[in-house]
Structures are given as C-alpha cells and as structure tokens.
Design a binder for this molecule. Structure first.
Ligand code: NAP
Length: 182
C-alpha cells in the first residue's frame, strides 16, 4: 500500500496559478487511455487526501458535485461544507493519524495525496510519501502554488510522453536508505 503524490505541473514547478486557476492545464492535449494517465492510476487508489484549496477548487470545478468514490480526507482548520452523501471528512488531525485512518479505509489499495504541494511535503516530512508522479505541461507560469516545496531526493523510475505531457514517476528516497548511483 504505497502513498503517491500524483499531479500535473507547469515546467517551472507550479500546480496552479496564484489565483488557483488550472486553465493552463485543462486546455492541454492528453490521451486519457495513454501512458501514465489519470484513469488507470485512479483505479489503484483506495483513499484520497487533499488540502482545503484543492477541495475548494474541485467544488468550484464540479459545480458542487462530489465525483470521487474513494473515502477522502480534507485537511483544513475551517468548517468546510461537504456535499450531502460525499464520503469526505474535514480534519486538522496530525498527518500521521490521517495516514493511518486512510490505510484502514483503503481496502488494501494505494493512497493518493491529491495536493497541494505543501501537503505532499508534510507527508514526506513524516516519512509517509513513497512516490511522486508529475505530468509536466508545456507551460511556464512564473508563480503560483508550488509543486513540492521541500528538499527531497527522488529516484526516476518511469518516464513517458502522453501527447503534450512529459510524465515522470519518482520514488522518494528515504533518509539514510543509500543510493546505487555512482
Ligand atoms: N495541477 C494539478 O494537477 C493540481 C493537483 C492538485 C491541486 N491543484 C491545485 O493547486 C492548488 C493548491 O493549493 P495550495 O497550495 O493552497 O494547497 P492545498 O493543500 O490545496 O491547500 C492548503 C490549505 O490546506 C489546509 N491545510 C494544509 N495542511 C493542513 C494541515 N496539516 N492541517 C490543517 N489544514 C491544513 C490549510 O487551509 P485552512 O486555511 O482551511 O486551514 C491550507 O491553507 C489549488 O488551486 C488546487 O486546485 C492542482
């Protein structure tokens, strides 16, 4: 049961504009049946976690509907409104407790840190992030919400082109785990 951060990014390392727009991303060409695309990845996922800004973006984008079927945790210090019937809990609990609850709920499947980047960093800080998947769009934004604002060592384990996107899959190196690199 691995914990993945799967996201799209601009070439200069932003996952949204400063105004939380994804227009630059949604206009890009991708084959949803192609290599490293979201639908196949999502089939392996048993529980989700996201920060408040990402949850609010999803709510705006889906016009108030909740489309994920997996149990979901939303990190926030606020009392965010959740659509009726959605399997979503809003929490400010310790990230390790959230991870443990996600493992219990995931039915043996993997966990997905949807974003943002600092939340993925919090999982990495706690030694709970296994993989980072990035779909790089052919765009630079200059500023915005950061991809992963931490100093981490990663090992590239898979690479693909999917139409407009350069896709990379990385394993997070554990501190002290050593490296086979020269
Ligand atoms: N390109 C992509 O594929 C992709 C993927 C995911 C997200 N996004 C976008 O990227 C942007 C990310 O926004 P963001 O950088 O602001 O990150 P975010 O993680 O979505 O939201 C940050 C907020 O989450 C809450 N939070 C984070 N950690 C917490 C903790 N440990 N305990 C309690 N609350 C916590 C805080 O909100 P409170 O003030 O409520 O406490 C914080 O201000 C969004 O626009 C999203 O739509 C893009």
């Amino acid at each position: 049961m691995a914990t993945h951060y799967f996201t799209a990014s601009s070439l200069d390392g932003f996952i949204a504009t400063a105004e939380h727009s994804l227009d630059w991303l949604l206009s890009q060409d991708i084959d949803l049946e192609g290599p490293m695309a979201y639908p196949a990845f999502e089939k392996s996922i048993g529980a989700l976690v996201m920060g408040a800004s990402t949850f609010e973006w999803v709510m705006r984008h889906e016009e108030g509907r909740w489309t994920y079927t997996q149990p979901t945790w939303v990190l926030s210090h606020r009392d965010l409104a959740v659509p009726a019937g959605a399997d979503v809990r809003v929490t400010s609990a310790d990230i390790r407790d959230v991870h443990s609850a996600m493992l219990d709920a995931a039915g043996g499947k993997d966990l997905w840190v949807v974003g943002g980047g600092d939340l993925a960093g919090q999982f990495a800080d706690a030694g709970l992030l296994d993989e980072v998947w990035v779909q790089y769009a052919p765009v630079t934004l200059g500023s915005g919400a950061p991809l992963l604002p931490r100093r981490l060592d990663l090992e590239l384990i898979e690479v693909a082109r999917n139409r407009s996107f350069l896709c990379g899959r990385y394993r997070v190196a554990r501190p002290g785990a050593g490296s086979s690199a020269p």
